[in-house]
Design a protein around this ligand. Structure first.
Ligand code: FEO
Ligand code: CA
Length: 677
């Protein structure tokens, strides 16, 4: 289906679903190469003759045997018990959230909540950009916490606001993609822009164990694409391709957008990943089929590879910098990782170009065995790549010096080989194919066109790499959410299912337990979906219950005990499992490896983000974005698209005057204690 057909498809309930369905169309040119060409480019002929490729793809799944084998008794003859000490929640879908028995899940922050002392109260019928700039933004995704006292009872919550849903946000507006955004006035566009970005909010834990917002916290602030000035640094800063009419220096940009997942550094700064930035760029030049006409664009090839201009928001109608006809380089200034110092509200956030430009899902940090900073990052698109960044210098006690680690280092893209090895391919100008003859005149070109550089290096096209969770022992877990576009002839060992609707999780073990290693081994932890349906091809630990299996892993985190937690986002397709998105504890070790338990679930139509544990392990922050919005045509008893006036749920207020509001939820154990024991 083309864009128009997708927008008009009666199954598509809102603009977000149309955007998601359109992005289903792969942009990776390596898919058009034959498998023979790909193999030839990855292996020398001698290697092939030596039989390297004789290893069958299935044997690469050396981790899977633990999943399919009957449950093993331990040495004492007793079955292993779950490391997640809670009674599993029952799966389902309805208009509210649910948490395992014995826990509280309280609402801490909602879209529109005032977060500064002088902010006006939320008035959903009379929103303004000025008010929104002092209120909690929309669609909360990443949540980070950095403590302000040694007890950890005061701290700063750092929250990304990924995107906006105009149908349920503004009264009497309706879907704008169907109307070529005719209803989007300058005032509404500016409110949308003010609702994107991020929030820093001071919170404190009372003697009753409950958390509350400190409205007059001196560091509370909003970051937005409307008015937050940022510095650009690293190898692409100042490059001609980064210069615009508003910024001839190429080193300063207003704002960040579509901030999905992220990360906190060990020195307390917050990394915001810019994901689907392409959707915010506009053009007035459409061809006869209604597609962007890029014939006059000198950078048409990279624009196509990145999906610019997506034309899913009308910002370019009023802000020239978002219109590629007027300022084509502005799109080169988005798609990066932004570092924010939440303790210093005067400090300009920094876009670090050394970490490459792509649809950054997250930016989870760790350190190598000798102290280099390592950042794992996915490019969330069908058939795009997994990356990591290794700093040149090492982490020290000096926060200012540490932030420079994000300015100078090596970016790598991952190649997952069928023999179970992973190779990290450096995106370094002048090395291998990354030369001027191939269109990379400098390191700035390599980083601005990171996708094209990784194409040239032969990185492995993945099933949508979302968040990653690195652990100190050189292990990392990569969430691959789904890819229904992968055809039978396009599977490989690391992406083994055609039409993969439910995704999988890959475990990487870097050589020597060193996150800076350029080689490691990989295995599949779980293949998601319903294990009771053979055609799905799911693989879980056989002890996993009907409540425990899930689809579309997305965000993830380790708790203080080193246990992995996975949050899901099935998008508009949750009807295919019937389950609301939720949070699961997934065993990574021992005979229960690949076992999963449901801990929390969202209101229907919502996506679960976070998760973030406070340092003492007694508080878990979760973010529910777009509640009651995605895929509500599948919701029994509702079965239609949500609108402001007629939403599938009015979570969390359940006030007939209020639409659903994306919100941050705080989970604590009744009576105190660590989450999950
Ligand atoms: Fe914004 Fe890849 O999820
Ligand atoms: Ca995500």
């Amino acid at each position: 289906m083309d864009r128009k057909q997708i927008i008009e498809d009666p199954q598509t309930g809102n603009k977000g679903e149309a955007f998601e369905a359109f992005d289903d169309i792969p942009a990776n040119p390596n898919l058009t190469r034959t498998i023979g060409e790909v193999i030839a480019s990855r292996y020398g002929r001698r290697d092939m003759l030596k039989g390297l490729l004789g290893v069958s793809a299935s044997t690469a799944l050396f981790g899977a045997s633990a999943l399919t084998a009957p449950r093993q008794a331990d040495a004492a003859g007793t079955a292993a018990s779950s490391r997640y000490a809670f009674d599993e929640l029952a799966w389902g879908n309805d208009g509210t959230h649910h948490v395992a028995k014995g826990y509280d899940a309280d609402i801490l922050l909602r879209w529109g909540d005032p977060i500064t002392a002088d902010a006006p109260d939320f008035d959903v019928l009379n929103q303004t950009a000025q008010a929104q700039l002092q209120q909690f933004g929309y669609n909360n995704d990443y949540v980070g916490f950095t403590p302000l006292n040694t007890e950890g009872t005061r701290g700063l919550l750092c929250v990304n606001h990924e995107y906006t849903n105009e149908e349920v946000m503004f009264p009497a507006l309706g879907r704008q993609d169907k109307a070529d955004f005719a209803g989007m006035t300058r005032a509404l566009v500016d409110i949308e822009m003010a609702a994107h970005g991020g929030s820093v909010v001071e919170i404190t834990r009372g003697t009753d164990g409950k958390w509350a917002v400190v409205r007059d916290g001196s560091r509370n602030r909003r970051i937005s694409p409307l008015n937050t000035v940022m510095t650009i640094d690293g190898p692409a800063a100042g490059h001609a391709r980064m210069q615009t009419s508003a910024d001839p220096s190429g080193a300063q940009v207003i704002g960040t957008l579509n901030n999905c997942a992220g990360g906190m550094t060990s020195w307390g700064t917050w990394l915001m990943a810019e994901e689907n930035f392409h959707g915010y760029f506009w053009t007035d030049r459409l061809d006869a089929d209604g597609k962007p006409d890029l014939s006059d664009q000198p950078e048409a090839a990279q624009m196509k590879r990145y999906g610019v201009p997506g034309r899913w928001y009308a910002w370019g109608k009023y802000h020239d910098r978002f219109n590629i006809d007027k300022d084509p380089n502005e799109a080169n200034r988005f798609g990066w990782v932004v570092e924010v110092d939440p303790r210093n509200p005067e400090a300009a956030p920094v876009k670090h170009t050394a970490l490459g430009r792509f649809r950054h899902e997250g930016a989870e940090t760790t350190t190598s065995t000798d102290g280099h900073l390592v950042v794992y990052m996915g490019d969330d698109a069908r058939f795009d790549y997994q990356y990591k960044y290794v700093s040149k210098g090492v982490v020290s006690d000096d926060p200012a010096a540490n932030s420079k680690l994000l300015s100078d280092g090596t970016l790598y893209a991952a190649r997952f080989d069928p023999d179970g090895s992973v190779h990290w391919l450096p995106l370094v100008h002048g090395e291998g194919p990354l030369t001027a003859e191939n269109g990379f005149a400098s390191q700035a070109d390599v980083l601005i066109d990171a996708r094209l550089a990784a194409d040239a290096l032969g990185a492995t096209p993945m099933d949508r790499p979302e968040d990653a969770a690195p652990r100190g022992d050189g292990t990392a877990y990569i969430m691959l959410t789904n890819n229904a576009r992968r055809k039978a002839g396009e599977t490989d060992a690391a992406n083994p299912r055609a039409k993969s609707r439910f995704g999988h999780i890959i475990e990487i073990k870097e050589d020597g337990g060193d996150h800076a290693a350029t080689r490691g081994s990989w295995s599949i932890l779980v293949k998601c979906g319903d294990p009771g349906i053979a055609a799905v091809g799911a693989e879980w630990n056989p002890e996993t219950s009907d409540n425990g299996w899930f689809a579309s892993p997305d965000n993830c985190a380790f708790d203080a005990e080193g246990r992995l937690w996975v949050a899901t986002d099935q998008g508009s397709k949750w009807g295919k499992t019937g389950k609301s998105d939720g949070l699961y504890g997934v065993e990574t070790e021992g005979s229960l490896r690949g076992h999963s338990k449901l801990f929390f679930r969202c209101p229907a139509g919502g996506e679960l983000c976070g998760p973030c544990f406070a340092p003492d392990g007694e508080t878990l922050f979760l973010a529910v974005q777009h509640p009651g919005t995605d895929g509500t045509k599948a919701l029994t008893g509702f079965a239609r698209a949500s609108t402001f006036e007629d939403p599938a749920t009015r979570w969390p207020d359940f006030n007939p005057q209020m639409p659903p509001r994306p919100s941050v939820v705080v989970v604590t154990k009744q009576g105190g204690g660590r989450i999950a024991g």
